[in-house]
Design a protein around this ligand. Structure first.
Ligand code: ZN
Length: 149
């Protein structure tokens, strides 16, 4: 099957060293708006995966905390491989700016006492959460976090 349409399939996952922040693409819309996509990689690919409960809690926390650190956030979404997240924003944000924001976000995760929107009204699987897991993997991602060119 042709995988060339998808940027992340062209990344050699055996050659990267996590944790890292990597610019994964810039896209220009028909009216000139630029969207930047970043790969926020918490774990070394194919060496482990964040459990779904911790991943889910990180998703909730990153959704809120990133919007407090950076303007023009579009989305922060979990990778299906559970080794990291995608971060999308309007404009041409530099990787180092996103990495600095991610560091602040992860430090906030570590001191979080309550999971936001973890209820049946605001979440699609509110019982599948782990704050202690989110904190554990935030600490792992902070250890040696760098920009991958
Ligand atoms: Zn949820």
């Amino acid at each position: 099957m042709d995988t060339s349409l998808v940027e992340s399939f062209s990344l050699d996952h055996t050659k990267v060293i996590a944790p890292f922040v990597r610019l994964a693409g810039r896209y220009e819309g028909p009216k000139g708006d630029v969207i930047s996509k970043f790969d926020l990689r918490f774990l070394q690919p194919n060496k482990g995966a964040i459990p779904t409960s911790a991943m889910h809690t990180l998703e909730h926390l990153l959704a809120i905390y990133f919007r407090k650190e950076i303007d023009n956030v579009i989305d922060v979404s979990p990778m299906g491989c559970r080794t990291g997240f995608y971060f999308l924003c309007f404009g041409e944000a530099k990787p180092v700016i996103v990495m600095n924001a991610l560091e602040k976000v992860l430090k906030k995760v570590i001191s979080t006492k309550e999971i936001p929107a973890a209820n049946a009204i605001q979440c699609g699987n509110y019982l599948d959460h782990s704050l202690s897991g989110a904190i554990e993997y935030a600490k792992i991602a902070l250890e040696g976090l760098r920009v991958l060119e």
